[in-house]
Design a protein around this ligand. Sequence first.
Ligand code: ADP
Length: 447
Amino acid sequence: MFQKILIANRGEIALRVLRACKELGIQTVVVHSTADADAMHVRLADESVCIGPPPSRDSYLNIHQIVAACEITGADAVHPGYGFLSENAKFADILAAHNITFIGPSGDHIRIMGDKIEAKRTAKRLGIPVVPGSDGAVSEDKEAKRIAAEIGYPVIIKASAGGGGRGMKVAHSEADLEVALQTARSEAGAAFGDDAVYIEKYLQKPRHIEVQVFGDGFGRGVHFGERDCSLQRRHQKIWEEANSPALNAEERSRIGGICAKAIADLGYSGAGTIEFLYENGEFYFIEMNTRLQVEHPVTEAITGIDLVHEQIRVASGGGLSVKQEDIKFNGHAIECRINAEDPRTFTPSPGTITHFHTPGGLGIRVDSGVYSGYKIPPYYDSLIGKLIVHGRNRVECMMRLRRALDEFVVDGIKTTLPLFRDLVGNADIANGDYDIHWLEKYLAKEE
Ligand code: ADP
């Protein structure tokens, strides 16, 4: 087992990882920018190293400084959290070259899944169902037309190097296709320095369903069920559930089994998430994230298993603490992402939190690094906390969520809490009846 782990992140996830290390009796080092000197994870860590000024590229993305911090403090492993360097293959390789363990998969697996065309090809080869479309990048308009006609309109043009929902264009007919291709190529070139694009069938009312997987480092794979993250604004998830209200037990074990087998065949090590669009009973692979996800706590709530403990065990060569048959799903969990944003316009609202009071009681978990008097720096993302609620079934979970949201107090800044208070009383949400476009439509109606 590791003696000392360096946490290369900030905010709630740095605190989340720190808690797991403490429970396992592992010493902790955190790195931070000058803007985060007062952050909770810095206060609670055994050691901290200031690695630079506020902008992420000079601090949380500065590989050189982070490696130096490992060497100064004698850390033997790095947990990257999510975002920042968590899916940076070069970072994983550099750490390996310094004999420091990256708590995550190999650089090669990160690389494969980071290239969307390569990821899709790999998924297909591993028996994972994918969205019908071109086999790789499409450079000729004529070829694009032929493929689109074959799979049927509407189609979506996506950037091979894509991410964050950028460089995607929908074409509803052949007349739209040329313009869509041109715009997608130029957006992709500008955003990623790579104008390769590919074509997929555009699904009209899908849900976003993702499967939590783990490779144990010895060639075995398991799944921890799925999460439904269909409530999204501009492709950003805001509310996540486990299990999905749309799946039955047979579908759950079928897709879970396919994913677990793929992970084993790939020889993958550590935590991953295989993301699907789901429509009319069919799953369509869109991408794989090779890291811990923001929404992992809903899976922890229904399985009772600490996924960060498992990541650390696997990375240290100790394997998983559970086998597939030990993973049982109990009840229902929902996570709301509380952002420092206006609940209607989603404009960031940094500033000082004058009063912060979190709900409590059975089935309530709040993961947050903020406190009364905390000043939110304007340099980073606007997530200030996550409320995770667990109940014996979805109805109990929703009742408890409504009560917890009423208790939550964040004064001094705007937050997305009022939006969740509205959503929890909405009939479609109560029925679990929503797709990936539901929230945007709802917000447009409210304006
Ligand atoms: P990114 O890596 O840029 O986030 P993804 O491939 O994960 O791109 O897709 C992001 C979102 O775009 C999906 O969650 C979904 O809302 C939408 N999307 C992607 N592919 C399709 C598709 N084939 N049909 C319909 N919507 C899609």
